[in-house]
Design a protein around this ligand. Structure first.
Ligand code: SAH
Ligand code: F3S
Length: 467
């Protein structure tokens, strides 16, 4: 009999991807995804450590789930309660101590052992704690299932980060950098294509640190064989028939190499949109963040990317109120935004993460200053975003129509720049890339002139964009 599984996902796209994998792994054990924890046979909180008070949110959610678990027990049944992801990795012992009714706590490196853990949890009372970093790749044990939503899919090619930005927990929670072998990535891309994906986003905490082994080489062994970087991998992926759009995220500026820039120049399938976090425009702050790039190098990199691909659009991450940030430092971030121009960006108030170097730096910035700076920075970013969206009006853009819109007869797709595009169009165009005339814009989306038949110029998005 089918058992129901509810997974609550916090945080990044990597976690969304991992939750899908967990669903896939648990399917052979009879678990079917459910949209509610009520009555579920298993509930997994797939947690994220990036945000402020992440752990506290998990504990209060667990407090609520405890009642559901007890109700289930009163009915003579069981609910397996699990905490996965980065909070599990970082605070596993604390979870076991504070929430002893949790059955399983496991970190991102151990998902392939889920079936074994579930078996143990249903056999025995007591918590299964599995947060160490195994030597073997977790991917070796993953079943070969592909999950595709709306013609797009994520594909994790790299995990971990060893850059140790002083504000960031990722190097502690996700461990050192690891790249999947090239052949494995290409195989999974073909499976995703077969399952209907036309656009693939390559994922990694530090995705451009990718250096996957070419057949025969072993990434971990002392006998490191030949490897391919991200630029080369993108060329390989673009060769696969049916994959029409490629993206990658998240990149680390100091590791963008010539091969990657050349891929932007040469590979039409690679979308002209890049999320390239800079964090700050102040060299003093960047150095305190241990970013390994200064603002000049970042500007330079943007120039080289634009020379290679003149229509490339940029997105970024910013932190305001990093310890020691002065008004002058902050103004340098504003200057950098004005000079470069971003299509969109994420911005955060600095939030101390326990155990990271920045958390114990002197000169923590007052909350009120952080709030004021964040508001000013976001206002500027929104202004640029609105301006860019407006500039698209009158243009034809290749749009991958992904899903039904809220209104009758409406479809929603994505432009090369990740803008949502709304259009009245026949449903049989779902999943295709169509050239649309943009006729309206807002802060977060575009609208296009209605189409009623399949246009003859339905074609590869990238090819159209280049034309
Ligand atoms: N390369 C990683 C980045 C993770 S964090 C990945 O994509 O997986 C994403 C963004 O959150 C960072 O670029 C940074 O701008 C912000 N961030 C991380 N730690 C932070 C902190 N302690 N306070 C505020 N913002 C933070
Ligand atoms: Fe974090 Fe810096 Fe790596 S932001 S993920 S330590 S590049």
């Amino acid at each position: 009999m089918a058992k129901s599984l509810f997974i609550k996902t916090y945080g990044c796209q990597m976690n969304v991807y991992d939750s899908n994998r967990m669903t896939d792994i648990l399917a052979p054990l009879g678990y079917e995804a459910s949209s509610t924890p009520d009555g579920a046979d298993m509930v997994i909180l797939n947690t994220c450590h990036i945000r402020e008070k992440a752990a506290e949110k998990v504990f209060s959610e667990l407090g609520r789930l405890r009642f559901l678990k007890e109700a289930k027990q009163e009915a003579g049944e069981n609910m397996i309660l699990a905490v996965a992801g980065c909070v599990a990795q970082a605070e596993g012992d604390e979870i076991v101590r504070r929430a002893p009714y949790v059955d399983m706590v496991f970190g991102p490196q151990t998902y392939h052992r889920l079936p074994e853990m579930v078996a143990r949890a249903s056999r025995q009372a007591g918590v299964v704690l599995d947060t160490d970093f195994p030597v073997e790749s977790k991917f070796d044990h993953m079943p070969n299932t592909a999950s595709v939503e709306n013609s797009t899919a994520f594909l994790t090619i790299q995990e971990g980060c060893d850059k140790f930005c002083t504000f960031c927990v990722v190097p502690y929670t996700r461990g050192t950098e690891f790249s999947r072998p090239v052949a494995e990535v290409l195989d999974e891309a073909r499976r995703l294509r077969d399952a209907g994906a036309r656009e693939i986003t390559l994922l990694g905490q530090n995705v451009n640190a990718y250096h996957g082994a070419v057949a025969g080489g072993s990434e971990r062994g002392p006998e490191r064989g030949p490897e391919r970087g991200l630029g080369d991998l993108i060329r390989d992926l673009a060769e696969i028939d049916g994959i029409e759009r490629l993206r990658y995220t998240t990149s680390y500026p100091a590791e963008v190499d010539d091969a990657l820039i050349e891929a932007h120049r040469d590979v039409p399938e690679l979308m002209p949109f890049l999320h390239l976090p800079v964090q700050s425009g102040s060299d003093r702050v960047l150095s305190a963040m241990n970013r390994r790039h200064d603002s000049g190098q970042y500007r330079d990199l943007v120039e080289r990317l634009r020379a290679a691909r003149p229509d490339i659009g940029l997105s970024s991450d910013f932190i305001v109120g990093f310890p020691g940030e002065t008004e002058k430092d902050f103004e340098q971030s504003m200057d950098l935004i004005r000079d470069i121009g971003f299509l969109q960006a994420f911005s955060f108030k600095y939030s101390p993460r326990p155990g990271t170097p920045a958390a114990s730096m002197p000169n923590q910035v007052e909350e009120a200053d952080k709030s004021r700076r964040l508001a000013a920075l976001q206002a500027l970013l929104v202004e640029q975003q609105v301006q860019f969206n407006k500039s698209c009006i009158g243009n034809d853009m290749p749009v991958l129509l992904e899903k039904f819109g809220r209104h009758d007869g409406q479809l929603v797709g994505r432009s090369p720049y990740m803008q949502a595009v709304h259009v009245q169009a026949p449903a049989d165009l779902l999943g295709s890339i169509v050239s649309l005339r943009i006729d309206g814009s807002g802060e977060n989306s575009l609208s296009a002139t209605a189409i009623d038949t399949k246009p003859s110029d339905t074609t590869s998005g990238a090819a159209r964009m280049m034309a």
